[in-house]
Ligand binder design. Structure first.
Ligand SMILES: *[C@@H]1O[C@H](CO)[C@@H](O)[C@H](O)[C@H]1NC(C)=O
Ligand SMILES: *[C@@H]1O[C@H](CO)[C@@H](O)[C@H](O)[C@H]1NC(C)=O
Length: 219
C-alpha cells in the first residue's frame, strides 16, 4: 500500500471511531426521572440484563433497549432493607394504560407475586406465589412514556388472592380495593422506571441497529 493511501485509511478509521464513540455517548444517556416522579423511588432496585438497575430512570434510547425490554424475562427486584423471616408481596403496575394523559385502563397489572421470603428479595430473587405472571412493558405506539411501578408490601395475611373477576383481565385493576381487602397500606419500598414504544423513539431505525450507518458519517 502506498503511504498516502495508508494515511488516508488511518484518517478515515480514526474519524469513524470518533463518530461511533460520540454517537454512543450521545444516545446512551441514562436520564433520571423528574423530581415529581422520583418521589416513588424508595429503597427498591430493579435490574434488567444489560441495563443494570433502571429504578428511577428512563430506559435509554440506545442499543434497542426499549425494544429489548419488551421481550426480556422478569427483572431482579432487590429490596436491601428486607427483613429475614418476613414475607412480602410484590406488585408491578402501569398506571398509564393506555396513556398517561388518558389512563382509562389504570392500573395494568404486570406482575403480582405473594409469599416472597425476606431473605430472597433482599438478594433480588422474586420467588413465591405468582398470582399474575410477569408481563413485560409493552407501551402502545404513540401513547407516550409510561410509568412502570414496583411496590413491595409486608404480607401479614396468609391467603392473598385475586377475585376471579380481577383475575380475568390485567387491565383496569382496582389496585386500591385489592390493597384494602388485605389491609396493605403503605409499601415498605417502591420504585418506578419509564419507557415508551421503541418505534416512537428518536433513534429507532427500522433496518435494525446492526445495519445502520452513523447518521453524520463524514463524506
Ligand atoms: C389468573 O390466575 C392464574 C392462576 O394463578 C394465573 O396463571 C393467570 O395468569 C391469572 N390471570 C391474570 C390475568 O392475572
Ligand atoms: C384462599 O383463598 C381462596 C380464594 O378466596 C380460596 O379458594 C382458598 O381455599 C383459600 N386457601 C386457603 C388455604 O385458605
Amino acid at each position: 500500500m502506498h503511504w498516502t493511501m495508508r494515511l488516508a485509511a488511518a484518517a478515515l478509521f480514526l474519524s469513524l471511531t470518533m463518530v461511533v464513540t460520540r454517537d454512543v455517548e450521545d444516545l446512551c444517556l441514562y436520564e433520571a426521572l423528574s423530581d415529581a416522579d422520583a418521589v416513588l423511588c424508595k429503597g427498591l432496585e430493579v435490574f434488567y440484563p444489560e441495563l443494570g438497575n433502571i429504578g428511577c430512570m428512563f430506559v435509554p434510547d440506545c442499543n434497542n433497549y426499549r425494544q429489548k425490554i419488551t421481550h426480556w424475562a422478569e427483572p431482579l427486584v432487590k429490596f436491601p432493607g428486607a427483613l429475614e423471616g418476613t414475607t412480602y408481596i410484590l406488585v408491578m403496575v402501569d398506571p398509564d394504560a393506555p396513556s398517561r394523559s388518558s389512563p382509562k385502563a389504570q392500573f395494568w397489572r404486570h406482575w403480582l407475586v405473594t409469599d416472597i421470603k425476606g431473605a430472597d428479595i433482599k438478594k433480588g430473587k422474586v420467588q413465591g406465589q405468582e398470582l399474575s405472571p410477569y408481563q413485560p412493558p409493552s407501551p402502545p405506539v404513540k401513547s407516550g412514556f409510561h410509568r412502570y411501578q414496583f411496590f413491595v408490601y409486608l404480607q401479614e395475611k396468609q391467603n392473598i388472592s385475586l377475585h376471579s373477576k380481577e383475575n380475568k383481565t390485567r387491565g383496569s385493576w382496582k389496585m386500591d380495593k385489592f390493597l384494602n381487602r388485605f389491609h396493605l397500606s403503605e409499601p415498605e419500598a417502591s420504585t418506578q422506571f419509564m419507557t415508551q414504544n421503541y418505534q416512537d423513539s428518536p433513534n429507532y431505525q427500522t433496518t435494525g441497529a446492526g445495519n445502520s450507518e452513523p447518521k453524520d458519517k463524514p463524506k
